[in-house]
Design a binder for this molecule. Structure first.
Ligand code: PEP
Ligand code: MN
Length: 360
């Protein structure tokens, strides 16, 4: 389905900067906290203020948000700073309250996107409004579920739509809180180029020290915006303390980010880029050719081993090859990690070729 025919139009309609910056605390805690942060973010790169009013918690007993009272604080922050206000909604009651309090942007959280019943309920409650609605990716890496959420809203007549990439839950121990799986978000961007794509480095990393690095990666991949949790006293935040930054740090992050243009129409740029792409395509074709030839040799070795009744796997020889390749690779500026990965894959393919011959 064609989700929107109007190319990222709401970014212009609402006069939003590139990149679009959404910032504010994980949770609204007190009126004073909300107002202080909003005032510090006014007159900066930030155009939308975020704050969680109802917090989905993994287990009961944690801080579950201040509830509807917080909406009054956001109204006040909006009146005093002119920032647009964004909150998370998880059901029709939240939507109703958000509409009553003139909230501008509603996002659907990762734990809600996984549930088509909940997303449909939200879509029905928002029917034909001109609110900006952002759909976070579901907790699990399921692109269809993410797209399905967007489609439910689109079908309810909501045109000011965007998506937030906040990473995916994993059982593995990694340096991220939620692994990015960039290729999934890029796939979404390719399939729906009219849909603004926003990165949430706070929930991807879970650590304030990594926000800069992941934000830069997102901009390098042509994302339209960033949503970054920002708090006046991050260490004492009532939720997600480790990943929030102060408004001062946020400003520094934006000073240091290299903001790239989506494209450059200058002929020089296009000509050079086109030429580099031709080179890359040529090398990729050559790589495939060489790999194909290498596997033909593996087939011959397989035939020889079959004739002489010798085992396929020869560990000593394999370790020698690998050691040499790591050294040669280093000379060519290729990391050991890359060499290990690529040669393991080649070796594996070579073994399956030989096995096929031997057992064939
Ligand atoms: C949040 O933005 O504070 C939040 C709860 O995010 P997510 O739904 O991505 O976990
Ligand atoms: Mn949070």
């Amino acid at each position: 389905m064609n989700i929107t025919t109007e190319n990222k139009k709401w970014l212009d309609d609402f006069n939003l900067n590139h990149p679009l910056v959404i910032a504010g605390p994980c949770s609204a805690e007190t009126e004073e906290q909300v107002l202080k942060i909003a005032h510090e973010l006014k007159n900066s790169d930030v155009s939308i203020f975020r704050a969680g009013i109802w917090k989905p918690r993994t287990r009961p007993g944690g801080f579950e948000g201040v509830g509807a009272i917080g909406l009054k604080w956001l109204q006040k922050a909006k009146a005093e700073t002119g920032l647009l206000m964004a909150i998370e909604v998880a059901n029709a009651t939240h939507v109703q309250l958000a509409l009553e309090h003139d909230i501008d942007v509603l996002w659907i959280g990762a734990r809600t996107t996984v549930n088509p019943f909940a997303v449909q309920e939200i879509a029905d409650a928002l029917k034909n409004t001109d609110k900006i609605v952002l759909v976070k990716n579901p907790v699990n890496p399921d692109l269809a579920l993410w797209i399905g959420g967007v489609e439910r809203l689109y079908n309810a007549g909501i045109k000011n739509l965007g998506v937030i990439h906040r990473g995916f839950s994993t059982y593995e121990k990694t340096k991220y809180r939620n692994i990015p799986e960039w290729q999934l978000a890029i796939e979404l961007q390719n399939r729906f180029p009219d849909l603004p794509l926003i990165c949430d480095p706070s929930h991807i990393t879970g650590k304030r020290d990594m926000i800069q690095e992941v934000s830069q990666q997102a901009l390098d991949l042509n994302y339209d915006g960033l949503i970054i949790e920002t708090h006046i006293d991050p260490d004492n935040a009532w939720s997600d303390a480790a990943q929030q930054v102060t408004p001062t740090v946020l400003k520094q992050i934006f000073k240091d980010l290299r903001i790239r243009k989506e494209t450059d129409n200058a002929d020089d740029y296009n000509n050079r880029l086109a030429k580099y792409r031709i080179d890359i395509d040529e090398y990729d074709t050559k790589l495939l050719e060489i790999l194909g030839k290498r596997m033909k040799v593996a087939d011959k070795i397989g035939a020889l081993k079959k004739e002489k009744n010798v085992a396929v796997l020869q560990n000593k020889r394999w370790n020698e090859i690998l050691g040499k390749m790591i050294l040669d690779g280093e000379e060519k500026g290729l990391s050991e990690e890359f060499i290990l990965k690529i040669f393991k894959a080649i070796h594996q393919e070579s073994i399956s070729h030989q096995e096929k011959i031997i057992n064939g």
